[in-house]
Design a protein around this ligand. Sequence first.
Ligand SMILES: *[C@@H]1O[C@H](CO)[C@@H](O)[C@H](O)[C@H]1NC(C)=O
Ligand SMILES: *[C@@H]1O[C@H](CO)[C@@H](O)[C@H](O)[C@H]1NC(C)=O
Length: 429
Amino acid sequence: MATSKSDSIIIVGAGVFGLSTALELNRRGYKDITVLDRYNPPAADGSSVDISRIIRIDYADPVYCKMASEAYQGWQTEYKDHYYESGFALLSQTPDNEWIAKSAATVKANGGTVEDLDDARQLLRSFPNIQSDLAGMNGYLNRRGGWADAASSIQKLASQCSVAGVSIISGPRGSVGSLLKEGSRVVGVNLVNGGSLRASRVILSTGAWTNRLLNITHAATSSGQPVGFIQLTQDEARSLDNTPVMINMSTGVFVFPPTPGSNILKLARHGYGYANEVAIQLDGATHTVSAPKFESSNAGTGYIPQDADDDLRKGLKQFFPKFADRPWMNRRICWYTDTPKGDFIIDNHPSLRGLFVATGGAGHGFKFLPVLGKYIADCFENKAPAELREKWRLQEAPRESPAEKSMKGDGSRAGPPLRKLTSTEKARL
Ligand SMILES: *[C@@H]1O[C@H](CO)[C@@H](O)[C@H](O)[C@H]1NC(C)=O
Ligand SMILES: *[C@@H]1O[C@H](CO)[C@@H](O)[C@H](O)[C@H]1NC(C)=O
């Protein structure tokens, strides 16, 4: 089903998936593109926001390793003002961590280099300002990698879209309550303020909110991951100059160097997360999904569950013992869109004509910002290689109610298993 360059296209979601797609389709000559979101990009409670995201080419999976290397070129050129090459260290307490070993092999096979750390204390030679003693840990360091300022990169992308002629609508006029359907065809979207917008094609890049609009339980779910921020003084931040991004693959906790200027220290956990079960109405039926709040910002309360707080605090003590007792300046839950193997979902909907889906970031999408739109547009235009179409396929939902499926990602996560939030916890979100 070819889309003509003058056809109207609505993209729901102004995160990295939606905006990179909008810009790339615009560059390919599509003239009538509208991006809708609840909030102005960077969306306050999206997963493409706040001060930092890891930029790495380190992947066990060769496809994402190659894509990340392409994106890395973009971070060094077009997006260099938003990128900090601190280096990236993957550490484990147990020897022979399978994911780390695979990742090192994949990076090397792709022409990269890694520095093996049989004893992670070797890291202190290159980075004497690291506070942790790293005793008993091993892993490797990749000097190619670091972190990007997520909010400012999204701002740049949004302004590039706007200048190129893409409409971006936020607030109640941009908040999509449901898909507008005629038979088995999606012909637009219904807005929460009662209006609707029609378009030839609708692209859902709604991340963790996707399952509120589409019955996609068999392919994706949403999990909340804890993030904590600590305010340092200028001198304290200086004391951590020239330290890498580090992840403890035994706990999933990862840390960034303090942000220049604002001196904020951030740590988070790449784990299995928390489910927020909500009852939603879809096609006249009620069903239960795990999803972030829709009506208000999920970043508002600064609440994270107590066990997540305890684990982040433990990680803080392990990585930055000098700041172990510092109070949080802010905390939040970052919402992942999890898929069974951590693969994205980039495909025409199998039965709803007119609908294309680009979601399923699974906690590793952001780094692809410079190239993601190109891959999504290739799928949209049916130009992508068969291997990628297959990898990112959206399967038809099974006829009978599927058994609860595991959405554990690509094997890179650690920490406690997925836990459903209690009603008391949910009330505090
Ligand atoms: C990583 O996690 C392990 C297991 O909990 C812990 O023993 C170790 O101290 C942690 N290391 C760092 C640097 O966070
Ligand atoms: C979603 O799809 C599943 C599997 O086909 C089905 O069992 C369920 O009833 C559907 N739910 C809704 C609300 O359409």
